[in-house]
Design a protein around this ligand. Structure first.
Ligand code: FMN
Length: 203
């Protein structure tokens, strides 16, 4: 059984994005293990004088490293991802690069009708940077708009069509994870390029 990380893109205590990941964890439990990880506990990113990456970032990186893939659920703040998620990604691309060549599926929930489509495009662009270098599943968007009405009292998605869409997307993601293992030709060059970038800071 594959092991995935569900990265919660917010630190808000009552979050619909966390709820969505929790739903996925339960809904797919016979197929895969999904461990939720919070982006809390990280200081605001600035290049540390002692070049030390915070222990919390190292812990998150370890979990991502030992997973088969990452599902990121992001809210949308001002047409972008929340600053806390961006902050976490900055720490995860400074000296440590756990997302390099890691299969990633992006999902999101928001109060608006567009359900994080702009935040997802923003996140996709970030994940594609050389410092992060994730393998983001192409041609896929899972948007839960008007999310305040999307869950029932047990935390399950109400709309069967939305569940069917998630089932299909998750099946594709599992396939994508499998295919990604065969895309290893650039791995060495990617690592080398990142080491070169790191050298500019970590001399
Ligand atoms: C500062 C701020 C900016 C927001 N900007 C957007 C936005 O651009 N688009 C949108 O659909 N919702 C926006 N929202 C509403 C969020 O979609 C809503 O708070 C969302 O559910 C957050 O996810 P959560 O339930 O996981 O916390 C904004 C909310 C805040 C607090």
């Amino acid at each position: 059984m594959r092991k995935y990380i569900g990265l919660v893109g917010t630190t808000t205590a009552k979050s619909t994005n966390r709820q969505l990941l929790k739903f996925m964890k339960r809904h797919f439990e016979k197929q895969a293990t999904i461990e939720l990880i919070e982006v809390s506990g990280l200081p605001m990113f600035n290049k540390p004088q002692d070049l030390k990456v915070p222990q919390r970032a190292v812990e998150i990186a370890k979990k991502i490293n030992s997973s088969d893939g990452v599902i990121i659920s992001t809210p949308e703040y001002d047409h972008a991802v929340p600053a806390v998620l961006m902050n976490a990604l900055e720490w995860l691309s400074y000296g440590i690069h756990p997302l390099l060549d890691k299969p990633v599926m992006i999902i999101g929930a928001s109060f608006g009708s567009l359900g994080t489509s702009r935040a997802q495009a923003h996140l996709r662009q970030m994940l594609d940077s050389p410092e992060i270098g994730a393998r983001v599943m192409p041609s896929s968007e899972y948007l839960v708009g008007h999310v305040l009405e999307a869950f029932d009292k047990d935390g399950n998605l109400c709309d069967q069509e939305k569940i069917d869409q998630l089932d299909a997307l998750f099946a594709d993601f599992e396939q994508f994870v499998k295919i990604s293992k065969e895309l290893w030709h650039t791995e060495k060059a990617d690592r080398k390029a990142i080491q070169k970038l790191d050298k500019q800071d970590f001399k």
